[in-house]
Design a protein around this ligand. Structure first.
Ligand SMILES: Cc1ncc(COP(=O)(O)O)c(C=O)c1O
Length: 273
């Protein structure tokens, strides 16, 4: 928050208008949730747009236990969530919500093309006699795509199958897997937990150099079925699993920990036990 306030103050000193404040509800690297309420407040103070990037994390708000951290999403001017992440829709599907939908046509509408005039879609929905009289909500005027596939149906199908309770259960199960891994890393003498997981991402490492951890990642990838990504936390290379796959089980999490310790022990000559 201090860095944001300082950046805005510097902009204002330089005569630069602070246009927008963007908060992240579940960061890509660590799954951290920004203090969204404080960000909303700063945006309001400066008349700036407040956007929330919930691409990965916002689905967690389906779980009553996680909802408080996302409360200030209600104050956002716009928010996005990617159903292709935690809802595992399989094909890319990003959802954008804006408080004032009237802004979108102002930004994106290009005006009716000649081929559209009078041929169809000319009526308001209320006046439509047959379905071809109306195109429904004019999504072609609300984004960069003119003809867009019906990606939303993927999210609809997953939500329809799982329901609100099912989504919440999935989120809690994945957060449980992250906490289980964190607990094992905390307890193991040769593993380090770099951050307490806030959602379903865990950042941990074998207690050795970055080079050893890089080699562990390479061997995991080449010789096991545990293939996490990595990041850097406080200057240290971190092994970074992100649990969003509906098929991941506790045994998979334990296998990752066992592989990391076995490979690390082999590389460093540490005695297992
Ligand atoms: C917080 C966040 N925002 C945005 C993105 C971009 O996602 P996409 O390009 O799949 O919409 C990611 C991807 O990991 C993310 O974690």
């Amino acid at each position: 928050m201090a860095a944001l306030r300082a950046a805005i103050a510097a902009d204002e000193r330089d005569g630069v208008v602070p246009v927008a404040v963007v908060g992240t509800a579940g960061t890509t690297d660590t799954g951290a949730i920004d203090p969204l309420g404080d960000l909303a407040q700063v945006a309001r103070e400066h008349g700036a747009w407040f956007h929330v990037d919930g691409a990965y994390g916002l689905i967690a708000a389906a779980s009553p236990a996680r909802r408080p951290a996302f409360a200030a999403v209600a104050d956002a001017d716009s928010v996005i969530v990617d159903p292709h992440k935690w809802l595992a829709t399989g094909a890319g599907c990003a959802a954008t919500y804006v408080r004032d939908a009237g802004l979108l046509p102002r930004a994106f509408a290009q005006g009716a093309a000649t081929y559209q005039q009078e041929s169809s879609f000319s009526s308001e929905e209320d006046d439509a006699v047959v379905q071809f009289d109306s195109a429904g909500i004019p999504y072609m005027d609300m984004g960069v795509e003119l003809s867009a596939p019906s990606r939303g149906v993927l999210a609809w199908a997953v939500l329809r199958e799982l329901g609100r309770a099912g989504v919440a259960a999935r989120v809690e199960r994945h957060i449980g897997l992250a906490r289980h891994l964190a607990q094992r890393a905390r307890q193991h003498p040769r593993l380090e937990l770099l951050l307490e997981p806030e959602l379903s991402i865990v950042c941990f490492r074998y207690a050795a150099s970055d080079a050893v951890n890089a080699e562990i990642l390479l061997r995991l990838r080449r010789t096991t079925r545990s293939i996490p990504s990595s990041t850097v936390v406080a200057g240290h290379l971190a092994i970074r699993p992100c649990f969003i796959n509906p098929r991941t089980r506790l045994a998979d999490v334990d296998a990752l920990v066992d592989h990391v310790t076995a490979i690390g022990d082999e590389l460093t000559g540490a005695q297992p036990g």
